[in-house]
Design a protein around this ligand. Structure first.
Ligand code: AQP
Length: 355
């Protein structure tokens, strides 16, 4: 069976972007594949964090996986930090990853720019501010992510568009390890097919791979954006959802349409409607093409509220039973450790460590 691995950071409540871009596909992919879904808490500390919030978010994220339909009977659900192999493999991979590869990562550039809290590219100032406010972990984050994926020899990684570059890096790292330490030498030591690590593919959905902020159709919906009105959190109340859509940025064009580059907000809101209802673009255009925003927005809110309803009820049942969640995470960590430790052992052996 093909292997699937993916994860989300417990940096707040998952939002519609996380759901449509990734979590919904976790559910589809668990059916016929050997799936591992993790809550990547070690990634959550690459920027400043509050320990109490991290603890809470970790449990909330796990409960939201389950509420979204991730099934512990089909998939292994675990917390990253409870499987020691992640940090161990990360170090081994870091030593095989050139700095230049990491310097090209767009997410690092964007997040560190935000942390430096400055406009412009004055090199000296960038350097001074980075030295104080950007952690080394934020820089090496994509290598930890590569370890997350490679540990499980994943074939497929369901993610949103923003993670595509990190998956490409993961592939490059795997190929580099295979080139350096695989081949005949490794085969002689019992390695399968001469490959120390499997090279994964991203699984990016055709619709929903990049849900945009409700306040700016050119930047992605994100947990860390300061303005809560920029996103629909999966646990928002119907009233909050209505208000957020009501206040969502729109434009002054007549009618509604998908795909006009001058109307990123229209494409975004229509795409959310498409995802929430399951209708195709043609029928949405027939239904809403000539609507005004004031007519469309309540309809959109209603569709999203209806689509999140069952998820929210399941979530409420789960939070009443913390022992159930703990048991699933414990079992998940044990199963994941078994698989992950074998991979670390293989990589260490191939690299020349005594095992
Ligand atoms: N806006 C989005 N549209 C589609 N997919 C998205 N994902 C994130 N934002 C969108 C996908 O959701 C999964 C989990 O994301 P994450 O928690 O690992 O971190 P992120 O990509 O950094 O998401 P956020 O919400 O923007 O978090 P912060 O603000 O904390 O960095 C991933 O598969 C991601 O692609």
């Amino acid at each position: 069976r093909k292997r699937v691995l993916s994860g989300a950071q417990p940096t707040g409540i998952l939002h519609l972007g996380n759901y449509y871009g990734a979590i919904r596909n976790y559910v589809d992919l668990q059916e016929n594949r050997d799936a591992f879904y993790t809550i990547v808490d070690l990634h959550a500390i690459t920027v400043s964090h509050d320990p109490k919030e991290l603890r809470e978010s970790t449990r909330t994220t796990a409960a939201l996986y389950l509420a979204s339909g991730v099934d512990p009977k089909q998939a292994t659900i675990f917390v990253q930090s409870q499987v020691k192999a992640h940090t161990e493999l990360s170090w081994l991979l870091q030593c095989a990853t050139p700095i230049g590869w990491l310097e090209r990562m767009i997410q690092f550039k964007e997040k560190s720019r935000k942390l430096r809290n400055m406009e412009g590219d004055d090199e000296e100032e960038v350097k001074r501010r980075s030295q104080e406010s950007v952690s080394t972990g934020l820089f090496t984050y994509p290598v930890l992510m590569a370890a997350d994926i490679l540990l499980y020899r994943a074939d497929l990684v369901p993610v949103g568009e923003d993670q595509k570059q990190h998956i490409e890096l993961t592939r490059d790292i795997a190929v580099r390890i295979n080139d350096k330490y695989g081949g005949k030498k490794w085969k002689k030591r019992g390695g399968r097919g001469g490959r120390v690590l499997s090279v994964p593919e991203p699984y990016i959905p055709p619709v929903g791979a990049r849900i945009m902020s409700l306040q700016d159709g050119t930047s992605k919906m994100s947990k860390s954006a300061e303005n809560d009105a920029s996103r629909i959190n999966l646990l928002d109340t119907p009233k909050q959802i209505e208000t957020k859509f009501k206040r969502a940025k729109t434009d002054a064009f007549e009618g509604l349409e998908f795909g006009n580059p001058e109307r990123p907000e229209a494409t975004n809101l229509l795409s959310i409607y498409q995802l929430a209802t399951g209708y195709n673009k043609e029928s949405i255009m027939r239904e809403c093409g000539s609507m005004r925003w004031g007519e469309f927005k309540p309809k959109l809110a209603e569709a999203v509220i209806a689509s999140l309803g069952p998820l929210q009820s399941r979530y409420n049942e789960l939070v009443d039973d913390p022992a159930y969640l703990d048991a699933i995470l414990k079992e998940g960590a044990e199963k994941a450790s078994g698989v992950a430790e074998q991979t670390v052992k293989d990589v260490k052996d191939a690299m020349g460590f005594l095992i």
